[in-house]
Design a protein around this ligand. Structure first.
Ligand SMILES: Cc1cc2nc3c(=O)[nH]c(=O)nc-3n(C[C@H](O)[C@H](O)[C@H](O)COP(=O)(O)O)c2cc1C
Length: 135
């Protein structure tokens, strides 16, 4: 199994209509191919984690990257995993803080500041640090 996390920037401010559309399509497709994960959005940013069978995750990410509604993708992590960390939902959603521009660690911190679960927040911080080590 693969875990993949990225951030991207929306072409327009994210509103409920856009989110409803993304989540409905995601839940339908992801359920079919065994992908689970979490989407966080704040201001014009998205942060998403995808988990599942390698090919399903890669094919889903390829489709997502081709979506003209967002751009400026930064892959935070792509790694093999034994067990899912975000396995409860075909695509869970969390409203994030409005992340200003800054370095990646600051953006991820601001985006995830509203998340009450400290373990979950730490996990996102870990993604950002992993990325900055890889860069
Ligand atoms: C931020 C964001 C996250 C998305 N996440 C997913 C996802 O997890 N799974 C998915 O199938 N599509 C996702 N999409 C939608 C895809 O980009 C694409 O529109 C969709 O997969 C096309 O599906 P369809 O061919 O069934 O219409 C996402 C789009 C955006 C903008």
């Amino acid at each position: 199994m693969l875990q993949l996390a990225y951030i991207s920037t929306s072409r327009r401010p994210v509103d409920q209509e856009l989110l409803d559309d993304i989540l409905a399509v995601s839940r339908r497709n992801n359920e079919r191919c065994g992908v689970t994960g979490l989407l966080v959005s704040g201001g014009k940013r998205f942060l998403q984690v995808l988990e599942g069978p390698d090919q399903a995750v890669l094919a889903t990410y390829a489709r997502i990257q081709n979506d003209p509604r967002h751009f400026a993708f930064v892959a935070l992590v792509t790694r093999p995993i034994e067990a899912r960390a975000f396995g409860d939902w075909s695509m869970a959603y969390h409203e994030g803080g409005a992340a200003a521009d800054g370095d990646l660690i600051a953006v991820v911190e601001e985006l995830t500041a509203n998340i009450a679960d400290p373990n979950l927040r730490a996990q996102f911080g870990g993604f950002a640090r992993l990325h900055s080590k890889a860069a």
